[in-house]
Write a protein that binds this ligand. Sequence first.
Ligand code: FRU
Length: 489
Amino acid sequence: MTKILSLCSLLVLLTCLTSLSQVKKEKYRPVYHYTPPKNWVNDPNGMVYLDGEYHLFYQYNPFGTKWGHMSWGHAVSKDLKTWKTLPLALKEFDNADGSQTMIFSGCAVVDEMNTSGLFAKGFTKGMVAMFTSHVTKDKKDIAQHQSLAYSSDKGRTWKYYAKNPVLDIGSKNFRDPNVFWYAPKNKWIVSVVVALEHKVQFYESKNLKDWKLLSEFGKMGDTSSIWECPSLQKVLTSDGLEKWVLIISSGHRQPKYVGMQYFVGDFDGTTFTPQKQKEVLYVDEGKDFYAAVPFYNRPKSQPNPIIMGWVNNWAYANEVPTETWRGGFSVPRKLSLFQEDGMYQLKQTPIISENIFTEKLTLQPNAKINAQTIILKDNLYRLVLDIKLLTSKGFALNLLKNGDEKSVLSYDVATETLSFDRTKSGKIDFSERFKSIESMKIKPKNGHLKLDIFVDKSIVEIYANDGEKVLTDIVFPTKGKGSVEIIWK
Ligand code: FRU
């Protein structure tokens, strides 16, 4: 009897220790940003809406916490605010000739008119995924071409199309197809990159299977890194005009980091013509927003696109200290366009649950922030600030501050520069490339600077002046609950 009892208490103790270490390991896990229950993720893929469900597929390694075995994971949401993880959607596979195919990034569309002929006659809810089939043999990269998979049960189960690939130019760096329906000419259009040449190609098709080259766009803007994950989408301007925005994952303002840039212009069904740009336009000024693409087939009553990105940077993505899982996604962002300096620019509005603790404050020089309620929220909150600058020279807002740890968001009035400094944010030594300060120009509006700051354990998203500039960074504070303070210059 005593033996049984002591065995029981040992078991209880072991369970407690495991769950304690789990909690310790999970301290960086975001709450309102989607992360997989375990293992590695990178790009969002196949984002599409069907019958009240938003689908997020994503680059996923089912076998570990580092990049490899790329397959598509799957999660669904009714409101873009909370997500439910579903079983693996598209798995890597072996080929008869001894090579392997990984399922790289791509998109999904709803083939309502069964243009592909892949579904039963009259079926209106077929999903077709177009992805890059990345082929390796003896650990060497052999080919990248575009292939199809299709699902008749809302993305739960998939079949690979028997005559894959459907688009092949004989390149090893041809990837990330993103398809949309171009209604004026009743055809599908895909954007796909020739990555090393900094080139986007546009192809057209009537059936998703046979593709014809329409035009090319490239060697413009930021070419400091290869180009990946293109998408072309229609966006309405604040004055009611229709423009097209080409988003490309490419380089960053700071050399040797990846980031995202965009071009605003016109599209006539064949060619994309960009507006004159005085400078490179970046989607996000932080280090951790990449591979964002739009959700397709959304209700027509909300015409402007919604994008979502991978919150990480290839410079250190395989090293981030989250242990049980690696990588996650931004909150979804609705896009619109506004005009400044004679150019159309993107404005991003976050889609976020009303249940997140929100502190709204109007501040002017020398005001203090009472941080008590925020500390209690344990690095999980939204802080909405309307800052009247008056005669101030600027300020430093210390976020996630505990002892000597802090993530500092500062503004310099003279140079109209907003900076985020994570050099003292907590754990930074897992990669030499993680420590960083990023800066962006943002003009006050009628003497006010507006900041909408989302803190979710290890993700910070900052929307300045109603999303006219956005900065996303990951941070790993080691000391738990952090406070907030403002120091005026
Ligand atoms: C972008 C990317 C894509 C590729 C995928 C592989 O982050 O490099 O170009 O399809 O990730 O996981």
